[in-house]
Design a protein around this ligand. Sequence first.
Ligand code: GAL
Length: 395
Amino acid sequence: MQRTFHFCLLLAGLLLAATGSLSAQSTTLAATPPMGWNSWNHFAGQVTDADVRAAADAMVSSGMRDAGYVYVNIDDTWEGQRDAKGFIHSNSKFPDMKALGDYIHSRGLKFGIYSSPGPQTCARYEGSYGHEDQDAATYASWGVDYLKYDLCSYGNIMKDESHGDPKIANALMQQAYEKMHRAILKTGRPIVLSMCQYGWDEVWKWGPKVGGNLWRTTDDIKDNYARMSQIGFGQAGLAKYAGPGHWNDPDMLEVGNGHMSRDEYRTHMSLWAILAAPLLAGNDLSQMTQETKDILMNKDVIAIDQDALGKQGDRLSAEGPQEIWTRPLANGAMAVGLFNRGDFPLTITFHFKDAGLPSTIHARDIWAGKDLGPLHDSYTAEVPQHGVVLLRVQP
Ligand code: GAL
């Protein structure tokens, strides 16, 4: 009896120690929202080794790497078969994952990969179910630095094993993510864990506990204003759950994919920066227009996203089609987005006291690229349809 008790104490101690080292690791990993590129939004199931190498090359030559974009992430459809011992191999589109990882690292970039806790991924390739430790070890041996772990067919396992009890289903989902997190820890390699389960069961409340460095808060983004703005503006209220090492993820960027206007992509980028969202470009980096580069690489916008204070912004007010969002920044600064969700240009007035600011402030209009000098009490701007005026304010 006493021996069992001591054994339990020991086990609890070990668990605590493991969780302690785990949270220490999470604060250094993804200390600011991850920045990089992911293959899905543009290449989807067609992505090849050559596309990923071209993305890595373009990330360097375009200046994106130096602007802070470092992760080169392959999404779904790289997976091949398991061998007799159960080890996963890539398919013919990706002849040598270790060599690809080395190539990415040689460019001063980091390597990301994708899997599912289910037996199959969403595109019906091999998932990690029952092979978590083995897969984590394989990824580490390839030099992987980032894993996007997408629920997909694990949803069926949750349904079957919970017999329709949502509490049990949700517990199974948490266990599945924690299992991969622990498998990653065992490899000893720092690998960012990106949880993708579309925001089910208020994931922001338990994502950090199971080892997530970021978690999708919604279903998939699409390259149109309606979907992007529905997701982006729908993030109101989630700010308190984000911080260094654990971020809300409203999905990857669509900037440069061609179906939004310049103002709409500026809204996308501004909102994601205010939301302290991961900035994972989702376009073809080897085919970027100057306009796309100017949006993705605007230094002032990136500085807001990556701000050292690590506090996500939130909605300050909404009046019909106009919304004002603010984000507190290091050294008392503040990002302020004046958004026009309507179909006609609007005049929007920002009253400093509404955001707790003093009556005199200094501000920079980021997209216009100009300092506005000292302003008193309020600032009024013309905001184009679906557009934004993004300010960096210093009291
Ligand atoms: C979805 C996921 C997308 C992409 C896709 C790949 O579930 O939300 O971002 O990863 O699967 O099949």
